[in-house]
Design a protein around this ligand. Sequence first.
Ligand SMILES: Cc1ncc(C[n+]2csc(CCOP(=O)(O)OP(=O)(O)O)c2C)c(N)n1
Ligand SMILES: [Mg+2]
Length: 276
Amino acid sequence: MDKIKSVFGLKEKAKLIRQDIIRMIYQAGSGHPGGSLGLADIFSVLYFNVLNHNPKKPFWPERDRLILSNGHVCPVRYSAMARTGYFSLKELLTLRKLGSRLQGHPSFLDLPGVESSSGSLGQGLGVAVGMALAAKIDSKKNFVYCVISDGELNEGSSWEAFMLGAKYALDNLIVIIDRNHIQISGCTEDICPIEDLGNKIRTFNWQVFEVDGHNIKSLLSTFKKAKSLIGKPKVIIATTVLGKGVSFMENKYLWHGKAPSEEEARKALEELNLKN
Ligand SMILES: Cc1ncc(C[n+]2csc(CCOP(=O)(O)OP(=O)(O)O)c2C)c(N)n1
Ligand SMILES: [Mg+2]
């Protein structure tokens, strides 16, 4: 696949992804717009630039793997997949319909290109550690990327996986944390504080990078640095805004898992259209 290298090009794709997210969730009548919109820039950078993949050959053995642990934000992944050519844009509107390959939480058995089923939080990092370890054992050169959310760091299983990743010095593993400070019912620091997150993970012997999850240029350079560093697993703490791009959704936890009404969807699309 030809990679998009320009910041402008990647921003344009992120804008389209955000519009898809609104259309899909409105059409489904349920879903999770907040986290999905917040991750649009990161998924644009991953799918159109960072990942070594072939949308026409989703089972290509040498491909990079992308595990989406916080499966509820799958509309962002489905849109990036459709826009890179895994399937048609039309199929996006089948989100959450009976029999659709685009389930409300991703189903690995249904949709080629989805590397693991997810939705039950706290499991993805363990899966990614296993895949990265397997790649090492097989002397493969591919990378394993894993997107996890800040809310799911409340799950102890995530921390077991951090320990194991360090034990095996999995430098082919790059984890991206969606640090939007919000989970299902409020602010992460009110529900079960996870700060000082960077230092916590550093003490687990991971290399930690911190980045603005909406700054395409910084994202590109951070992924580049993370890929080149050897000897340790790496985590990128990406600060994001839940609902990014839609003024009335931004930073509002109530938009974690709620579909927009017709009027709200119209307003959201209007705003997203006007954005540069
Ligand atoms: C094991 C498990 N427990 C509870 C849930 C219900 N749940 C779904 S999303 C969510 C909040 C997770 O926080 P985060 O992913 O940070 O939310 P976001 O930033 O996307 O709003 C919860 C508790 C779940 N999916 N899995
Ligand atoms: Mg969150």
